[in-house]
Design a protein around this ligand. Structure first.
Ligand code: ADE
Ligand code: ZN
Length: 325
């Protein structure tokens, strides 16, 4: 089997996908029409033209505007179902899906509406061969108090999500800001992850590990600047959920050929490949694999390693992991 076919066909887990980032322009317009929401873009093409980002913040501004069309439980279901069908077609057999409830509750959408719509799609995904779980993310540009309130609203639906994460604007919002709310989530038995070292310094990765006690780092590519941190990540097999096309589109690396995925793998880290916000960054899982392998010269051994890492780094139970690895 040639390398592109292997990358497409191999069973894999996706550990870093923001469901709001899977909202394609066509579905944004369809939902806007269905819900009577006015958009500041004349057409799908006009919206797509706005997808030229210079950094994380320039993307987030458009991403939050896109999510404004989501109002009803069925909207959340339709968004997640569209992603899960693509995942199934790309041989993603497990997906751990981030959602940003504060983006919706701040607009008056009930937590229950968000979680029930997403959760129903995840349950239905079993029928198409995808095991899907939800991870609730706190927006780090908002206060810790707001995060506590969000957790309070979500706990009645505790059985519908397996963990919590931390996302949105990284610079100026270090992990320490959320130490107490993460401690409470830990007491609840939730899995913990956080975005760190996407644009932010290695110090944010250290703090995510040692202050928040996360089990995985989302992105983490800036860790390569700190040899002691690289050693820690390798020794403790802390998974990094790397998102190459996202890093390219948000100018974290000038070209894919200059991406440091190979360096992370060669240093013995449990690095994985993921899509982050595929509707905005020009590709789902297989596009991330194909384009990164083509640009960096990774080979079949790397492909097997990345697929294994994705299951090792997942929150699947031990027997499920065993079956996949
Ligand atoms: N929310 C959605 N995508 C994100 C990213 N790449 N970094 C931080 N927050 C996000
Ligand atoms: Zn992300």
């Amino acid at each position: 089997m040639n390398l592109p076919s292997l990358l497409a066909a191999m069973p894999k887990a996706e550990l870093h996908i923001h469901i709001e980032g899977s909202l394609e322009p066509e579905l944004i317009f369809q939902l806007a029409q269905r819900n009577g929401v006015a958009l500041p873009y004349a057409s799908v093409e006009d919206l797509r033209r706005a997808y030229a980002f210079s950094n994380l913040q320039s993307f987030l501004d458009i991403y939050y505007a896109g999510a404004s069309v989501l109002l009803h439980e069925q909207d959340f279901y339709d968004m997640a179902w569209a992603y899960l069908q693509k995942a199934a077609a790309e041989n993603v057999i497990r997906a751990e899906i981030f959602f940003d409830p504060q983006t919706h509750t701040a607009r008056g959408v009930a937590m229950e509406t968000v979680i029930r719509g997403l959760s129903r799609a995840c349950r239905d995904a079993q029928k198409i061969g995808v095991e899907a779980e939800l991870i609730l993310c706190f927006l780090r540009h908002l206060s810790e108090e707001d995060a506590f309130e969000t957790l309070e609203q979500a706990l009645p639906f505790r059985e519908h999500f397996i963990g919590v994460g931390l996302d949105s604007s990284e610079l100026g919002h270090p992990p320490e800001k959320f130490a107490r709310v993460f401690a409470k989530c830990r007491q609840q038995g939730l899995h913990l992850v956080a975005h760190a070292g996407e644009e932010g310094p290695p110090a944010y990765v250290w703090a995510a590990l040692d202050v928040l006690h996360v089990e995985r780092i989302d992105h983490g590519v800036q860790s390569a600047k700190d040899p002691a941190l690289m050693k820690r990540l390798a020794q403790d097999r802390i998974p990094l959920t790397v998102c190459p096309l996202s890093n390219l589109k948000l100018c974290v690396f000038p070209t894919l050929a200059q991406h440091n995925l190979r360096e992370l793998l060669d240093a013995g880290l449990c690095a994985t490949v993921n899509s982050d916000d595929p509707a905005y960054f020009g590709g789902y899982m297989n596009a991330n694999f194909l384009q990164t392998f083509a640009a960096t010269g990774l080979d079949a051994q790397h492909a097997y390693r990345l697929a294994r890492n994705s299951f090792e780094g997942s929150f699947a139970d031990a027997s499920q992991k065993q079956r996949a690895i």
